[in-house]
Ligand binder design. Sequence first.
Ligand code: PGA
Length: 252
Amino acid sequence: MNKTIYFIANWKMNGNHNSINEIERVSNFFRKNTIYKFKKIIFCPPSNLLSSFSKKIKSKLIDFGAQDISKINLHNGPYTGQLSAKMLKDSGANYVIIGHSEKRLIDEDLKTIKEKINIALKNKLKIIFCIGENLLQKNKGSSLNVLKRQILSSLDKKKINFNNLIIAYEPIWSIGTGIVPSNNYLDKIYRNLKKFIKEKYKVNSPIMLYGGSVTTDNVVTLGKIGLISGFLIGGASLKSTSFIKIIKNYFK
Ligand code: PGA
């Protein structure tokens, strides 16, 4: 079976107006190299660039996502600094990242994450929902408990639609550190999460990604984990050369 493999570029607080060249190079490469069929590429630039990028890049090969959404359930209003779901959609986003550990550290608690997820769903934005344990939790052996709690407390059984949801498992101790879990460790995590989601949500095949220090090299090893449907990529997604190479190496 050829399932779709997601390559999601999380640019975080990086990029400027010239960075569109990087996306154009990715788009041109895959337009010419049509053998890489079973992939989905999503760029999540900072929101100040989203609208101009999505207007200029008119390629079926490239989709766009936002890195955050307001928890205020309104299209507009007197809320300084907020971007509503409708605004993000108007800017060309079809996806939104929610629950990233870097956001959790700043201002996203479990309740906020749940609210944001429900607003995104209601407004037909697909969700890239990030979960992950920190090093202390991992060393205590409580990774799975932490992940299960993050899932249960954010995904409302009555409202969630797994067709519009991508779960990105990103161990916090892997993000930006160059440290990647072993395949054995990951295999255990994904198997357990799959079982847990089946029990709790009656869903057989949730889309689950891996994120954290993905590189052109380790993507080959990570790609051997059958339950992974792709990657959420930070640092290595900023330059078209490494991003393209990650995708090429995955399909090698
Ligand atoms: P990284 O970031 O690839 O730079 O580790 C991944 C992420 O935070 O989504």
